[in-house]
Design a protein around this ligand. Structure first.
Ligand SMILES: C[S@@+](CC[C@H](N)C(=O)[O-])C[C@H]1O[C@@H](n2cnc3c(N)ncnc32)[C@H](O)[C@@H]1O
Length: 230
């Protein structure tokens, strides 16, 4: 049983319960694309009334070394029954350097274990399209979807459309790198970036979404509206 964000819930910003288990090996990261978003995420989740102590289901498209996964688990998914589905090829995207990708899945797995949260993560290793279709076929309903996988516009569009289908009414979705570009501005290829896909998705779904405040402009966040009565 999962619950959607409740308007009356306590703030999402409570400190993590216990941190890494005693004696666990230290987590190992080569990148940090996430930490600077956390003040904005606290504002956003407080604003939508997210109750971190209630059971929730989250889906993360693009987990990399698990930095965002761990934060989500420790700060948003504190109930023992909460779960996150992590969809990742663990092969990197076109923008990643090959030397950062070697051993990526093993690093992700070890980092979650070091934080004592591995049991709450179900991993679907492979292209997000396949993983999302599997979750939809299994009838999974999500309270939160984080879209941070491939940054190629056609892939982002598919992730948003399928991820939105997983979202229960009242559930929230965040897409990273709204303003990111693989190239310098003067040679910018719109199709190598998420923005055109996010804009198209948001325009087409405008009657089904609302846009809560809180995030930095680098990310795009929405809440799925409840269907109109009748
Ligand atoms: C920017 S990283 C995710 C960063 C992570 N959310 C964080 O904040 O630490 C993008 C991830 O998406 C994965 N990825 C790229 N294309 C993918 C695809 N088509 N399907 C699934 N995962 C993909 C890569 O392997 C990489 O781990």
């Amino acid at each position: 049983m999962t619950a959607g964000p409740s308007p009356a819930g306590p703030p999402a910003a409570a400190p993590p319960p216990a941190g890494p288990p005693a004696g666990a090996p230290a987590a190992r990261f080569t990148e940090d694309w996430f930490e600077y978003h956390t003040p904005a995420w606290r504002r956003f989740f407080d604003g939508v009334g997210w109750d971190a102590e209630a059971p929730h289901v989250a889906v993360e498209i693009g987990s990399f070394e698990g930095r965002s996964t761990i934060w989500i688990l420790e700060n948003l998914l504190r109930h023992p029954d909460s779960r996150i589905h992590c969809l990742d090829t663990f092969a990197g995207g076109v923008e990643h350097q090959a030397d950062r990708i070697a051993g990526l899945y093993e690093r992700f797995d070890a980092n979650l274990r070091a934080h004592g949260v591995r049991d709450k993560a179900a991993v679907l290793r492979g292209p997000s399209f396949d993983g999302l279709v599997r979750l939809l076929g299994a009838g999974v309903e999500a309270d939160f979807v984080y879209v941070d996988g491939s940054h190629q516009a056609p892939d982002v569009l598919a992730d948003l459309v399928l991820g939105f289908r997983l979202l229960r009414p009242g559930g929230v979705m965040i897409c990273d790198d709204y303003l990111w570009s693989m190239e310098e501005p003067d040679t910018h290829d719109l199709l190598n970036a998420p923005k055109i896909a996010i804009d198209a998705f948001a325009n087409i779904h405008r009657r089904q979404i609302e846009l809560p405040d809180g995030l930095l402009r680098w990310q795009f966040g929405l809440r799925r509206r409840a269907p109109e009565p009748g």
